[in-house]
Write a protein that binds this ligand. Structure first.
Ligand SMILES: [Zn+2]
Length: 277
């Protein structure tokens, strides 16, 4: 866990790579760790995922959090829950890690991470797994009902990771306050406001998957000659560029408008970028 000015905050996932020029928005995408101009995206609009049975996670809670990202007017992205799965099943999943979080190369300060599998240079996502850090943190299924001051709200954490799952990185718009978007990089214990998406989250979602239109990008693609000349067409797992330092040993990458929901004016919730993460 991370102590930050006396307040428990933890990194929910990886840091984003900031745009080189002044953006018209604050949201950001995940990027190819070796080619930061290539943002990641799913090639289809219906994304399937399961919950690992041994995780003990409540499938209904996970689905509610994941599906915060669908049903908005400006996007046709859909999420399809396929049921309880095994860790080894070839399907994207949500799970928990109870031992070896750091030993396996994950940042100690992260309450959860999203590992995204994608094709280098194209940024096409083939799968993504969300892992919750039960090794180093304690969680509550509903911090609005019960929270001992040190627990993290699972629905908030999974809603944030679901943003990474669809291809978003951390927003540049945050003040570590309840007004922050869900994709702000830091969450505090007992915070629940990240359960509901903010305008910036939806702008990012719908930039990537605009209804009836091809997937959008957060950056330009390198020229074709360079793409064809440098890399075989294969899938890799790797951390986002911003997290490369923390994930170097792990050959992988962590990895939305319509009617709007009002976020509750509660305490705070998500992650914060730390140096290198
Ligand atoms: Zn994150």
């Amino acid at each position: 866990m991370v102590h930050d000015h006396g307040v428990r905050r933890a990194v929910i996932a990886l840091a984003c790579v900031c745009a080189l020029s002044a953006p018209a928005h604050a949201f950001d995408c995940k990027y190819d760790k070796d080619n930061p101009s290539v943002s990641l995206y799913w090639p289809t609009r219906t994304l399937t995922y399961g919950v690992v049975a041994s995780s003990g996670l409540d499938p209904a809670m996970v689905q509610a959090a994941m599906h915060s990202w669908v049903g908005w007017d400006c996007t046709d992205l859909e999420l399809e829950y396929v049921g309880l799965v095994a860790e080894s099943d070839p399907v994207s999943h949500v799970t928990v890690v109870r031992t070896g979080w750091v030993a396996d190369g994950r940042p100690a300060s992260a309450v959860a991470v999203t590992n995204t599998f994608y094709t280098p240079f194209t940024g096409v996502i083939g799968g993504a797994n969300i892992e919750v850090n039960e090794d180093l943190f304690e969680f509550t299924a509903d911090a609005e009902q019960t929270c001992d001051g040190t627990q993290y709200d699972l629905p908030s954490v999974i809603t944030h990771e679901a943003g990474h799952f669809v291809g978003l990185g951390h927003t540049k718009l945050f003040n570590n306050a309840p007004t922050d978007p869900t994709m702000a990089p830091q969450v505090g214990a007992c915070e629940t406001y990240m359960r509901s998406l903010a305008d910036d989250d939806l702008a990012g979602l719908c930039n990537l998957y605009p209804a009836g239109e091809p997937a959008g990008r957060c950056g330009g693609l390198p020229d074709d000659a360079r793409v064809l000349g440098n890399q075989p067409f294969s899938c890799v797992v790797g951390p986002s560029p911003g997290e490369a330092g923390l994930w170097l040993a792990l050959a992988g990458a962590l990895v939305g408008l319509g009617p709007r929901r009002r976020r509750a004016g509660l305490a705070k919730t998500c992650p914060r970028v730390r140096s290198g993460g």
